[in-house]
Design a protein around this ligand. Structure first.
Ligand SMILES: NC(=O)c1ccc[n+]([C@@H]2O[C@H](COP(=O)([O-])OP(=O)(O)OC[C@H]3O[C@@H](n4cnc5c(N)ncnc54)[C@H](OP(=O)(O)O)[C@@H]3O)[C@@H](O)[C@H]2O)c1
Ligand SMILES: [Zn+2]
Length: 384
């Protein structure tokens, strides 16, 4: 029977000058909190995570899905709460005290045949040890992972490992997170070592996504130009503009007020169909997002793929009701928000809905060219 090779996602964080670590004894932090959360999500979407033996020895990571919610979601899909953890070694020098073996789910070590007895003796029942011949070929390893039912493999480095996947043309996606600093140390390890990469100047990769995650630039490349995505592609800019314009039109229906903004909101599913809509004061004291959210069951299965469009940035502080809209959104399964207008400091001095949502890993898209339209019906409040 034929088992397809897993879809391979290489994940790496680098400095602006391309280093993945420094040469000091302490662990170098490249990502920020929201980016670590993004990585946690990619781990949760994977069937297996692979790292090289040097990274295991040097960083001693546990390599877990840290979010209990994500582990629960995996369990609900009939998956083990943690992906399979995989490492590769030639030397077999892997200590049984490493954290890798003592946290999370199943572990698997690939090595050339000669290292098998030593590793089995060292690790006992801590891990499954698989020899794949006199040498370890990554293509053969992917075949074996496919036979084990691994559909999606996340590779978390280090550079030696990434280099082999890329030079062999075995990577389907690269997730590159760039931290806003330089290291400037020529001895610091890099994302990849020297090699013959199929993706030179004559064979440009596809840039599938570029996203801002706080101070991190997140880039997603498709070396072979094709993606197998778990969820449908996010709406295009023109679809976003269309739905956001509807949210702005809805704000015209708000009962007039001098003490609160007029805002409209629409929630749209991944297929581009409306789930619900709302506007400010549709019910006494209601905000637009609150109103739209109140019309959907919290466990509606369309929500995880949905986008919430709001003419104004969701609020983070309220006097009239217990919970601000940013919090209501974070409590919902919605993971994408599109806004036209940032809240001006009229009623609260420190509105920061966009920031709060992004910090929690929500994708926030701003369409500033619609900000004027969104603020127009609030001209009397703004003193315009
Ligand atoms: N910023 C990031 O995103 C990130 C992520 C991960 C790691 N890192 C950093 O990367 C550095 C380590 O990178 P690295 O390139 O030196 O090491 P690595 O890629 O983590 O591991 C290399 C080791 O993996 C084993 N190996 C590699 N290819 C093999 C093959 N074909 N067959 C069998 N075993 C194979 C060998 O283990 P043996 O030596 O046991 O034979 C080899 O020494 C660390 O500084 C770490 O902090 C950074
Ligand atoms: Zn609100």
């Amino acid at each position: 029977m034929d088992h397809p090779r897993p879809y391979v996602v290489l994940s790496v964080a680098t400095s602006v000058d391309g280093h993945i670590d420094d040469t000091g004894p302490d662990r170098l932090v490249l990502s920020n909190e929201a980016d670590f959360d993004r990585v946690d999500q990619v781990r949760a979407e994977s069937d297996a995570i692979l790292i090289g033996a040097t990274t295991l020895r040097r960083d001693n990571p546990r390599l877990l899905v840290n979010s209990a919610r994500r582990r629960d979601e995996r369990a609900a899909r009939g998956l083990p709460p943690y992906p399979l953890k995989v490492t590769v070694t030639r030397s077999g020098d892997l200590d049984r005290d490493l954290r890798f073996w003592h946290h999370g789910g199943d572990k698997l070590v690939y090595c050339p045949d000669p290292a098998v007895p030593k590793l089995r003796e060292r690790l006992g029942d801590l891990a499954d040890v698989a020899g794949l011949g006199p040498d370890l070929d990554f293509g053969v390893m992917l075949d074996d992972l496919g036979r084990r039912g691994i559909g999606r493999l996340m590779v978390e480095g280090g550079g030696t490992i990434h280099t082999q996947f890329l030079t062999a043309g075995l990577a389907d996606e690269i997730h590159l997170a760039i931290a806003p600093f330089f290291l400037g140390d020529p001895d610091a390890p890099r994302f990849v070592n020297a090699g013959r990469f199929p993706y030179g100047p004559g064979n440009r990769m596809t840039l599938a996504e570029a996203r801002t995650i706080g101070d991190i630039a997140f880039l997603r490349y498709l070396p072979e130009g094709r993606a197998v995505s778990l969820s449908p592609a996010p709406p295009s800019r023109s679809e976003d503009r269309r739905w956001l314009s509807l949210a702005i039109d809805l704000a015209e229906q708000c009962p007039p007020s001098d003490t609160a903004f007029s805002v409209g909101c629409v929630i749209v599913d991944a297929d581009g169909s409306e789930i619900s809509r709302g506007f400010s004061r549709e019910r006494p004291h209601f905000h637009a997002e609150e109103s739209a959210l109140s019309k959907v069951a919290p466990d509606d299965e369309r929500l995880p793929g949905a986008t919430l469009y709001s003419s104004l940035e969701p609020c983070t502080r309220r006097s009239s009701r217990p919970r601000p809209c940013a919090e209501l959104i974070l409590d919902s399964p919605i993971r994408r928000v599109v806004v036209a207008w940032r809240e001006p400091p009229v009623f609260v001095a420190d509105a920061h809905g966009v920031q709060a949502l992004e910090a929690a890993g929500i994708t926030v898209v701003e369409i500033p060219e619609l900000a004027d339209a969104a603020s127009r019906m609030n001209a009397h409040i703004l003193g315009l």
